[in-house]
Design a protein around this ligand. Sequence first.
Ligand code: F6P
Length: 532
Amino acid sequence: MTNKTYGPKTLAWGKLEKKASLLSSTNIASLFVGDPGREKTFSREVEGFYFDFSKQHFDAECLTYLLSLAEQTNVETGIKDLLSGKHVNNTEDRPAMHTALRRPVHTELLINKKNIMPSVKREHEKMRLIIDKLHSGQLKGYTGQTITDVVNIGIGGSYIGPLMTTEALFEYKTTDVKVHFVSSVGGAELSNVLDHIDADKTLFVVCSKSFETPETLINAQVARDWLYSVGGNSAIEAQFVGVSSNSSAMDRFGIVAENRLFLWDWVGGRYSIWSSIGFTLALTIGWERFEDFLSGGREMDEHFLMTPMDENLPVLLALIGVWNRNFLNISNHAILPYHDRLKFLPAYLQQLEMESNGKSIRRNGDLVQCDTCPIIWGELGTNAQHSFYQLLHQGTERTSIDFFLPVFSDVTTSKHHDIVKANCLAQIWALAEGDSKNHSAAAHQHCSGNRPSSLLIFEKLDPKTLGKLIALYEHKVYVQGIIWDVNSFDQWGVELGKFLATDMQRILSQDQLDDSSPALQQVIAKLRQWKA
Ligand code: F6P
């Protein structure tokens, strides 16, 4: 990697630093006064989204420099590399091909000289077959009862993707089969679910790319024992489906061949909702609508590939994020949806962004010379207004924000949604302008404003729009990874904790303390003392 293609080493980076220093004497409200056409300059209407970023703390010159930054870090080449299957995941020497899962299956895509599209088609068809059988009532439990409940067991991307999307598109459901999600290894989630289902009417779907994740395996084993105790092997054979890249582990677990859905090593966990990991989503909304969801992702891919940087939504989102993180030094970014069905979107984007770009090492092994992913957090907007918005308006920490607002909501009466819309707009304006127009005399009531945000409006939260929205953020993350020069597709940072947890389990189960540190020994001694 040459200096020219790394954000902090580019000419544009230096210009942006100077701009940030100049703009520190301005605020968002004054930028509106100085530029009457600002809302036009800083908004785009593309791919069914209206993206308003006029309330960012920057000006037209900044945007020009940010676009130069994209050019100087070779973002366009990076986009082509991603979509054509180059080994962009360099630490694991493989491509990141989640976009293949939403491509037209008749196209050809060569990975290591082999066309992968027939295998994508095969696995989607296999998933569809099981789902069709569930819908038609042909898929029976071991006693011949129709399946009424499906339990998704998985964690990380094998949980939050299915959960977020199934909830988001609940209004589009085409089946009465109920879905449940178990991820935590704490035990309460699983026992809550087991208490409310019938053993002979429930299908368990074990989602784990590796089929080695302890939390998932423990939950799956407990569920299997529970089912086995009433129905033996025939129940396990009839009522367990697996989704994994590890076929032999699924086999050892007892999942029969026709219930094994395959995942490829070139799909990262947090990018896997487009694969059979999306089983609960496809089951809930039906195959046609699942295809609409895929086509939304595909349309965003095409937009990402074909559109000039200045109109390219993922690129613009990424550049605004870089501006806030690296030049305004804003360390945290809030995801605030104004639609009840998007309540798990903040958690979904938290994994997508922080697991992808929460890194300090460049692709060439050097230490990064700039900040990378901010802390991503959030909550349903209207609920959060009554908890942490206080800090957003008056706290010492500045937060950058993405607001999400559909024009129509299938969920509520129009009266509800009108209130939701009014709240969203009121917050955006209050955060940007503060109380400059309704000035309050009392210091403790004063809201200074100048808190940057973007607003993404879309007509309604349907399958295609959700597909576009997810792909939009996947690509935003990738562009930021290019500029910061980190590999967005590995997650080595989670490995140490996993390894130590296994070690701790061993230490905790022994009577003797081993040679661990005195501080650890003291905690373990206390745990034992209180347990006795
Ligand atoms: O520990 C992190 C992680 O590897 C995530 O990237 C992944 O989504 C999750 O664990 C679950 O992994 P798996 O699907 O292999 O069980």
